[in-house]
Structures are given as C-alpha cells and as structure tokens.
Design a protein around this ligand. Sequence first.
Ligand code: PBG
Length: 305
Amino acid sequence: MVREVRLSPENLVLPLFACPGEGVRREVASMPGVFNLSADEVAREAAAAFDAGVPAVILFGLPESKDETAAGAYASKGVVQEAIRAVRRAAPEMVIIADTCLCEYTSHGHCGVVRGGEVLNDESLELIARTAVSQAEAGADIVAPSAMMDGQVGAIREALDDAGFEHVAVMAYAVKYASGFYGPFREAADSAPSFGDRRAYQMDAANAREAMREAELDVMEGADFLMVKPATAYLDIVRAVRERFDLPLAAYHVSGEYAMIKAAAERGWIDEQRVMLETLTGIRRAGADIILTYYATEAAKLLRR
Ligand code: PBG
C-alpha cells in the first residue's frame, strides 16, 4: 500500500535479434537466454512475451550480408522488416519498435557512412531516414534511432511525414554513452566496429550537462520518447532527464548489465531473480517509465504471480 514505485510488465520492452532462415535459435554465448532468431522464432518469442504481459518488443537485425552502404538496413525484405511482419501476424496488439541504426548492416560496423576513416554525420542521415521509412512500411509502430548522428531525429521525422507515416512515433536514443556495457550486444548483433571506436558519436561517461543538450536537441527535432542508455551506471542521468523533460522516458538495461547478473548468478554468487527485480525497480525509481531489458519476459512472469 505504501510502495512508492511500481514495476509492472507494462513498463517493459523485450529486445530481440532477428536473423535469416526458418526455425533458427542460436544462443548468444555471452548472453545466456538470448538468441539470434529467424522471423518465425522472433514471432514466437514476441507472442510469449505478450502473453506474459509485456506490451512491446524492439527488433535488431543480423542481415544475410553486410556492405559499405548498409543496404540490408533498408531492404524491403530485410531481416527486421520480415520480423516486423511476423510479429504483427503472431501478436497483432503488440507494440513493435524497430531499432534504427546502420552498424549491424555495414561491413565496417560503424553506425554511419565511412569515408577516409571518418564517419560522415550528414551523409549518414539519408540512409538512417530511409531505414526508418522501410521499417514503417513493414508495420513498425515506433522507430528508435540509436546511431547518435546529429540531426537524425529531425531527418527521420521529416522522411516519415513525407512518406505518409505521420502516426509512426520516434523513440530517440537521446543520451547514449560510449560504453563497455555494450560488449555482449556486439557479439549478439555482430556489430563491433572493425576499426576505431564510437567515441566520436557516442557520449563520454563523464558528461552530464551534455546529456541535457542531447535530449533538448531531440525534443526540438520532434522526438516522442527519450531514452538514456545504459541504465544502472547512469541513474543520475535518468533522474535529471525525467526532471527536465516531460516526454515518456525509457532506459535501456543493456547487454553487459544483463550478462553481469547472469554470470554472477551462474556462479551462485547472487540470487538472480532478486537482483533482477531490484535492478529494474531501481531504474523505475530513478524516473524511467519504460525499461528495455533482456529480462522482460522473465520479470513479467514473476511480477504477475
Ligand atoms: C546500435 C545499438 C547498440 C546497442 C543498441 N543499439 C550497440 C552499440 O552502440 O554499439 C546496445 C544494446 C545493448 O548493449 O544491449 N547502435
């Protein structure tokens, strides 16, 4: 009765990794319980999550092949586009979020177009916007740009509106730090950069004021949701964004945060269920309305008991 903050299945979003094929379930070594899934299996996982009370999924893609211009990101029959259609058939009421980035589709693994060893911000915007439109065409309800290119929210909003997708929302990865906690994700999505790192476009862990500027820009460009990522090492940022902006706020409990709980629990050093729920509750207490977490289905089942 006196509990101040509630964690409920409706707060959770389940990330899923779509790959080509049929009947494929390939476990990610550094993320026990997380798989590369063909579209039919993505649909199955999504339906199970929905049945457990999780209202939304966010989809990432591992394409058949990668190239310099990330063609797989905006292919009408791309892995994510096919997965979106499969989820829509299996769980029609589910909110489908598509992660909008190029790094899983480029041969060099960077989130934008590369020339002469540099990531070109403005040239990347066109491809990012084209990716968002193709995800909307496939049936995504929300697109979630995660490339951290300046101006990407505005470019996407304009492209969606021009293509007749005024109703598709933008969840901006507004505050995304250059983080070691993304390590297991890069194995799951095969998206580690082949040279350099992402420090030119993702943020320095030491900067909090810069986070406010990043969020402000995305609000002005038309974002419908803001996101802070990773979550647990950045709860002060979650709180600060919550207090300053009135958009729905998401926090991403990322791959490394998940892997650490899994690894310690496997060794019997911590109680997995307890630490999972405590962590997710802490993220809610910091001010997040929505939590993206690989634990979504598992947590929802526990919360519903
Ligand atoms: C793509 C993207 C990344 C994550 C979400 N979108 C990886 C990265 O920036 O390298 C990380 C999610 C996770 O670690 O769970 N840009």
